[in-house]
Design a protein. Sequence first.
Lengths: 343, 343
Amino acid sequence: MAKQQASPEAKSAGATIYSVADHAGVSIATVSRVLQGATVVAETTRQKVLAAVEELGYVPLGAARSLAVRHHEAHGLVLPELSGPYYAELLMGFEARAAELAQSIVLVLTNSRTDLAAAVRQLATRVDAIAVFGSPAISADVVRLLRAKKPVVVIAGEPHDGAETIAAENLGSARELAGHVLGHGRRRALFVGDPDSGPDIRNRYAGYVAAHRERGLDAAEPVRVSLSEADGAAFAQRLLDGEYEADALMCANDELALSIMTTLQDAGRDVPGDIAVVGWDDVMTSRYVRPGLTTVRQPVQELGALAANRLHELVSGEPPRSQAQMLPTQLVVRSSCGCPPTH
Amino acid sequence: MAKQQASPEAKSAGATIYSVADHAGVSIATVSRVLQGATVVAETTRQKVLAAVEELGYVPLGAARSLAVRHHEAHGLVLPELSGPYYAELLMGFEARAAELAQSIVLVLTNSRTDLAAAVRQLATRVDAIAVFGSPAISADVVRLLRAKKPVVVIAGEPHDGAETIAAENLGSARELAGHVLGHGRRRALFVGDPDSGPDIRNRYAGYVAAHRERGLDAAEPVRVSLSEADGAAFAQRLLDGEYEADALMCANDELALSIMTTLQDAGRDVPGDIAVVGWDDVMTSRYVRPGLTTVRQPVQELGALAANRLHELVSGEPPRSQAQMLPTQLVVRSSCGCPPTH
DNA sequence: CTGGTTCATGTAAGCGCTTACATGTCACTT
DNA sequence: AAGTGACATGTAAGCGCTTACATGAACCAG
């Protein structure tokens, strides 16, 4: 009956470090100390404080701490969207590494935004550093950010002035993949995808061209379609209508390849008999589909993790790298290219 | 030559509202006013301020604003992971709605965390409200959060004391789906998945049982496996080995269904001839696979959007709903259930 | 018993914003 | 010419933390 002075319901909502200190009979400095765990506090006082925290349901106000310590302990990540496994994996890798570094992550998806610039500006307001996926849509704002001196790393994008770039290797594996297809004797291979949609696709096309050149072959102009299932199906239809002629299709990514391949098959074409189809990314579906899709696997999670890691290093004062970092990539041969099925 | 007094390189990194005010020759209050855009400011001063902001590369410190206005303008989202389209879509829906409401979103993935409780506590520190996906792993911490009086909504989880719940409908569509399969004359249908892994799966199993009961049939015990491709393949192998006997499989989700179906097919079984297989979620692969997978489509994006929306309403002072909200769900009949192919 | 250490704790000064309130200016009215 | 509003801007008091520094208690050596 002795300690019932505390108002039983005045708790939680507005608990601050002051109310906790009061409740525990100590100063706010002591409360802060036990919560940060850095300095030594006598065990008995620590228990008192913890009890008060518990009792009041105290949750410290992150903003106040951030203001006092002068950083946010948070990284920003700007991605176009999350459909398909690519960005999701990137995000997982990023999140996992950020978690290890005790950084919160705040996410912005650009496709859902009408005012992208405002969103990015807002983001810059609450994080210490930002990783941006290199969609062409955002370059201007990235530059603005740079001027505002938040460390920025660009993932799979154009090397912007001053911002670090990290990406997966494209040119070499694209050359290898195209070479593999040509090795099956295909002579009318088409590249499907728009090289202008970013450096990734541009380099894949460059690899396709290089593979042709090495063999003294002419590389066709790319078929410029977006990386969506719908555009894939539409292109396949045009192919069926005779608008294009090809015995192999090197698609800019798996989603495109899959929708094209399925549309062709449903129309009675034999893949790879009549026409080979290869993709890029090695999404889950590519394993399940028959024939299995030959493609290229990127270390997407690692890409994300690396971005988070660099961000942290930059925040900790390491100098920016001028050289773009490049992660190796791996050819995955299944049977849509003309190789015999192996499953 | 007259206005070159400004130090050319002292910019950005440490620009504060004070330096901007100095630079523009106004008070910090005025700077704040033009940046918030709420109060009227004379056009000429507004221009001066904007120019100073631009020149100094000023980015306001979110933490300071949050502290002053006493909320974060951010929502938290706690998800197990992001592999597969389900969570990614949920996140997209959530993000899109949050963006409309001008809320930042900070993301925590629980599978990558060793100390989940700490992560959630940290999260609570920097957001106004939290949406938690209802994995059983986190219930205890959710309760702690509730005590600490941050609004919480639980997505597809157990109705925890005080926390709102929102979910997609399971029981009815599961009954419908199971009924459909039984309608093909299958009499040895198995449910594959663990009803104890959460209310979603539990209700799907309940629907399976109800469909049997309605027809005077006995429902078998569920085959308790986790929702992963690996476990699916393992189960398929045991089925092939004769450990189970079945003419239909109702799987707890598509990933399971797909890996099982493919494993069976690769072993020479005819789906749906020998055995029907149905799933849940309608992931992209389910469209591409042959036979097309019969499944149930959930309004996953809407689920996410609804969560974001409720969070905002709760933060704005609306009273919590005691009734769980339930979104309708839709049977997608393709041919893995025994129906003729339609594509 | 005194003075010097050591160690736990308290005191108070910010961190960079927002905003209620006070002040000053102008343009009218009378 | 003085009084009155209306309006733009400045002043200053917080918001809830962290942390350098000051204080005081406890202990030990001399």
